[in-house]
Ligand binder design. Sequence first.
Ligand code: TPP
Ligand code: SF4
Ligand code: MG
Length: 345
Amino acid sequence: MATAAPAPKLNHIGLPVLEYRGGKTTLCAGCGHNAISERIIDAMFQMGVEPERVMKMSGIGCSSKSPAYFMSRAHSFNSVHGRMPSVSTGAILANHTMTTLGVSGDGDTASIGMGQFVHLLRRNVPMIYIIEDNGVYGLTKGQFSATADVGSKLKTGVINDLPPFDCCALALKWGATFVARSFSGDKKQLQTLLKAAIVHNGLSVIDVVSPCVTFNDHDGSTKSYSYMKDHEEVLHELDFVPAYDEISVEIPEGEVRDVQLHDGSHLRIRKLHRDYDPTQKLAALAAIEDAEKKGEVLTGVLYVNTEKPNFLEMLHLAEEPLATLPEAKVRPPKQALDEIMEELR
Ligand SMILES: Cc1ncc(C[n+]2csc(CCOP(=O)(O)OP(=O)(O)O)c2C)c(N)n1
Ligand code: SF4
Ligand SMILES: [Mg+2]
């Protein structure tokens, strides 16, 4: 007799993981971007985020196609190349009650999109901004992007001799309040970072090294699986305790740092080889610089600031989203218009 299939595991809002999936990927098999989509699905499912309350934003590129491969039930907007920051800012101003997740590429962010990216940073717009960083323009067949390291070699033998932009250093310097680096191959770390970013009330920038297996995964590339295996320097071990779970574990002093996030969740940062305090901006910048000199890729939470106001707080926006305010509230009454006209006479 055939046994019935076990009932699917449900999250705390009663949904199975299937409800967080998207369309079938059309990216190359083995592309790091596919692994990142899987981590987004896991993190959103585990955090019990309601899919209809999510806005998925992107630009253009293989990376920017990936929102089609997770959370079909969410709202989605595929913008122009490099213009996702301004489109997202507008959407968030219209409805700040949504969880906004942007997926971009290194080209989409640091080449054509740099002008928009720095203004997103400066405003600390409350959203999650993921850079799927492979050092090349995957979609247009593998030209170097502005995050390619000096000396990195294309399959064709071309060597990059322009210095890279470090998106985490930029994000730290110009105003993002949660800055992390990860690797698409590091399942647990990336998932934990995403969960913390979901509850962070400000701009979270996560730069994820995500190898392009078709154009940039060979010897000589610094964004390949083998390079990351040999040069990744994990800053700390991370745990995330959501607000709905009771904190029961004792924290050994000196070994662990506990950062309380906005909704009462905790990000537990367990020290590995070095003392690293992610609340210190200058130390974070120095650590990135130091790692670059040693040819290491530092991963983990580089910086977190839970005090700085975000863009919406700075603007003193009304509680009720602009998108759903009734016309009577957004349009001045006739009397107010008459008074203005009177002044102009
Ligand atoms: C305005 C404009 N300029 C150029 C292009 C061509 N183009 C499409 S994707 C892309 C680069 C994508 O690179 P990246 O953001 O790193 O994404 P990846 O494909 O590597 O994931 C370029 C230059 C375009 N679509 N629009
Ligand atoms: S070309 Fe590169 S970035 Fe694009 S899907 Fe293929 S492996 Fe991924
Ligand atoms: Mg790219």
